[in-house]
Ligand binder design. Sequence first.
Ligand code: T1G
Length: 698
Amino acid sequence: MADGAVSENVVTTEILGDVALVCIDNPPVNASGHAVRVGLVEAIEALNAAGEAKAIAIWCAGRTFMAGADIREFGKPSKPPALPDVFNVIEGSAIPVVAVMHGTALGGGFELGLCCHARVAIAGSKVGLPEVLIGLLPGAGGTQRLPRLAGIPFALDMSLSGRQVPVEEAAQAGAIDRVVTGEPREVALEMARAVVAGDLPTRRTDQIEAAYDAEALAEAKAAAQAKTPNLVNPGKCVDAIAACNLPLPEGLKVERQCFLDCMETPQRAGLIHAFFGERAVSNIPEAKGPSREVQTVGVIGGGTMGSGIATACLSAGLNVVLVEVAQEGLDRGVATIGKNLDGAVKRGKMSAEKKDAALARLTPELDLDALAEVDLVIEAVFEKMEVKREIFGKLDGICKPGAVLASNTSYLDINEIAAATSRPSDVLGLHFFSPAHVMRLLEIVQGDKTAPEVLATGFALAKTLKKVGVLAQVCDGFIGNRILAHYGLCSGYLVLDGASPQQVDRALEDFGFAMGPYKVSDLAGLDIGWMTRKRKAGDRDPAERYAGDIPDRICEQGWFGRKTGKGYYLYDAGAPVPNPEVAEIIEAVRAEKGITPRDFTDQEIVDRYMTAMIVEAARVVEDGTAKRPLDVDMVFLFGYGFPRFRGGPLHYADTLGAAEIVARIERYAEEDPHYWQVPDILRRMAAEGTSFADLNKA
Ligand code: T1G
């Protein structure tokens, strides 16, 4: 079976009397890489050939039982034995095999348990089938063995949700035979002996019939299609489970084909790019240096952002001093924090006790002097440079030496803010995304003088808050908002030239966005963009086609979107409906500008919108505002609702190829050569045949 390779002793066997312990030790999570697969086959075949052991226990060293296939191997030529073949050898062992699971036995790890003849788990551990979250389905017997052990509904729940299930719950469903306490190796020895003594019954799944449940399968298939129309793998997963009424070898063949069908999809590549990107984005030297201890955070401003940031800090166990200028604003901020925490309790994200403890760590204050002893300050007040500089000037005199001074500004120049203090090295940007206690993105903005230790403190805070910290350099809008400003023009031009806001929204929602740009604008508040356009009116580039006439007219009516019940859509009748008066405004503006509206296909809307996003994203990488393409991808996945299965704007760009993108820009430039310009980086990539994935590796 094995290809003759000798495993790098990631799998070792201990013979103890009439039992054998097979240990997998492949840090960091015992993923079933090639050496593990070879080692497992060698170990089981050798024990069966020797014929001395009366029971075998498989356990894992380190913090967790096998956490699945090694997803770094995906997309590369697979090296035998494939995991399903390994598990068939184990299930076919004449000597009974018991799995002892601890930590998080996920994917192929849980499937390793399922192919054994008995499954034991250490209390408090979890099992899961998260393959659906990376564009796949359980591909090593999970869709065939789990229904036989625990029924089709439970198998559908686990494999379609990808959730981690407490082993106690899995035991109740029949997927695990026994939950014990103890250390993995000792439990393995005890359980192997229990098998020999007949105290732990064993069963082979190829001798168990699954109770067929056609109704559950049909419901799951319909739900998968409705919930994730863009994804292939959930439906394929149901198809595989539906084959569990065939003899096991037949069912395994169906599963394998369904799995391979998913392995080839771009969505699998996108979801795995997202998985690794989330870890790689803050795995950088700037995040690794020594950082300053943060126990107490001062938050200035109790508005939406300030109270959201305070909520995030309190929920992460930090103390918070919330400062507002007036009692009314302070009370409002405290009330918003309470509401945010209540929401977390309602959603089961936090216990009531934890909520009370969090609130007990909140100190509302009306005076900046209250920040004298905090470790880190996050200023979240009005987006006006003068206001921020005044506050930072005061903080300079109030805060203790070594306190980190951060601004939550979403686009203002951190260097200018830092210059208002005598300690610019302690200053950085911490740009949260609203709602700050929910959105996981945190742009960490490095000022020219920001000390390495202060930058590392920003990344340490991101980790404490369970956020995805992304390094950004100073520019107008940093990474995300700068790119948004560019492609926002594109959606404005689409409406000026003939598309309706609703068509643009629908086309992009079909592409995978949870919400189209016009629904997002209505949600955020149209007045925000209006203020920005007015702020920039003075330095507007005359060569740039103005896309603000329509939203300006809408705002002049006092229609700011959801918060006023009226914007691009009307919100008083439940689901948003297009605002007919906006259609009149669009018509009037087109007439005044002498525009003859033309039809756009949904595909052309997506192509233009995504090309505009890619253009500015490429520039952001080219000028170093973002460290790598994957940094831009993570900003959009965790801050802008970009469809995760597409991996992010620049991962998506790679699916088109630089040459195709350049050709599109040049085609669009015939209408508007100012807006549509090819960035040098894209022209170079097209000429060299390179990709953004290549740049990520550089
Ligand atoms: N393969 C390769 N590397 C992995 C890995 C995996 N499956 N899981 C984690 N890592 C790396 C990760 O990149 C990081 O590396 C380090 O381990 C610590 O991870 C046939 C086909 C297990 C809950 O989807 O959910 O089995 O950055 O930072 O927060 O049906 O990792 O240190 O270099 O996340 O303690 C199914 C994915 C695979 C599990 C631990 N399994 N992993 O979380 O640590 S498909 C998964 C996780 C499959 C079969 C199918 C989490 C964790 P580095 P970490 P953590």
